[in-house]
Design a protein around this ligand. Structure first.
Ligand SMILES: Nc1ncnc2c1ncn2[C@@H]1O[C@H](COP(=O)(O)OP(=O)(O)OP(=O)(O)O)[C@@H](O)[C@H]1O
Length: 343
């Protein structure tokens, strides 16, 4: 079930709108991550899709159907919000059965059918042994799985997840997100997933919508966002590039006082920012900078170098096998992405 959002605006009080004319078209079966800094509008967008919040302007279509005036319960949407906890006074089984039991009588499955579905779901989320427990008797990761099972019980064609693994430790989070992606693929549903963890978004999403100040600044495949960022904000938000101020004159970017050779750019004259990945800032024995730190991550050497009063992340140039802290070095840029500074 595809999602089509156009011109969505939501304002809380007098300040800047939480959403400011958001357009987004998610295809049936897609897994989309909503990524962006705190306060950029991710949760508000998800809540509007769920029917828990209402826009001041714009429209939402789910599966081609206009959602204006359709209450949350009638949308057939499954959602897991971070603060939308399990019902504490119900067992795991009852929590998962809830969405089916509250259906109008005509659409409510028989008790035996509900029990079968709940057990299938608990097996699917890999906690079949927990059905008699209460939420406080299971771990955080298990609660997240049960919350997902509860959301999936109504067989929603659209699943909305707001930082569902927020409170979990890194390894459990990693396992759960891979598992979630597999589940999404198996069930053939459409998923929108809010996160502020870019690695998480990169790891599981087909496309990422990057939000800033209530607008979608870029909506693209992870590699495309990384390789072709639309502006300086996107380039700075994704990855761990060095941001190097420079001045462009006659097609040449000059980095002074940083000890870096000038680089050709197609930007017009004026102040600019160059984004240089750590692997593209190369250090070789020489003058101008000093190695401050050396780290090996099992695959490659990473350097921190001091240059022109700044700390930069760099890599040793090919052939420099054993840089050490305190070594003098010269820097060069293998590749940079330039943006005019006023963006
Ligand atoms: N109910 C509300 N009342 C007033 N302001 C709100 C309300 N909900 C959200 N906002 C404001 O709207 C803006 C967007 O909030 P939202 O929660 O959508 O951002 P977010 O991107 O999900 O942030 P985070 O990553 O911190 O969860 C923020 O400035 C927030 O303070």
């Amino acid at each position: 079930m595809g999602v089509d959002v156009a011109g969505l605006t939501r304002r809380f009080g007098a300040g800047r709108p939480a959403l400011h004319g958001v357009d987004l078209a998610v295809r049936q079966g897609e897994f989309v991550a909503l990524l962006g800094p705190s306060g950029s509008g991710k949760t508000t967008l998800l809540r509007i899709l769920a029917g828990l919040e209402f826009p001041d302007a714009g429209r939402v279509r789910v599966g081609g159907r206009d959602m204006a005036g359709v209450p949350a319960r009638a949308r057939g949407v499954g959602f897991v919000f971070q603060h939308y906890a399990l019902f504490r006074h119900m067992t795991v089984f009852e929590n998962v059965a809830f969405g089916l039991r509250v259906r109008p009588r005509a659409r409510r499955p028989a008790e035996a059918e509900i029990a079968r579905r709940v057990r299938d779901l608990l097996a699917l989320v890999q906690v079949p042994e927990l059905e008699r427990r209460y939420p406080e008797q299971i771990s955080g990761g298990q609660r997240q799985r049960v919350a997902l099972a509860r959301a999936l019980a109504i067989e929603p064609p659209l699943l909305l997840l707001d930082e569902p693994f927020g409170a979990l430790d890194a390894q459990v989070r990693k396992d759960l997100r891979l598992w979630l992606r597999g589940l999404h693929d198996r069930l053939g549903i459409t998923t929108l997933f809010v996160t502020h963890d870019q690695d998480e978004a990169m790891a599981i999403a087909d496309r990422i919508a990057l939000l800033r100040d209530g607008r979608v600044v870029q909506f693209d495949a992870p590699e495309a966002l990384f390789e072709h960022p639309a502006d300086a904000f996107v380039a700075g938000f994704l990855g761990d590039s060095n941001r190097l101020p420079c001045v462009v004159a006659g097609g040449l970017a000059c980095f002074a006082p940083l000890p870096l050779p000038g680089m050709a750019t197609s930007l017009p004259d004026g102040p600019a920012l160059a984004f240089v990945r750590p692997g593209a800032l190369l250090a070789a024995p020489g003058e101008g900078a000093v190695v401050q730190g050396v780290r090996h991550d099992g695959r490659a050497l990473h350097l921190v170098v001091a240059a022109g009063g700044r700390m930069l992340e760099a890599a040793p140039a090919p052939g420099w096998d054993a840089p050490r802290r305190g070594d003098a070095c010269a820097l060069s840029i293998a590749e940079a992405r330039f943006f005019a500074a006023q963006q």
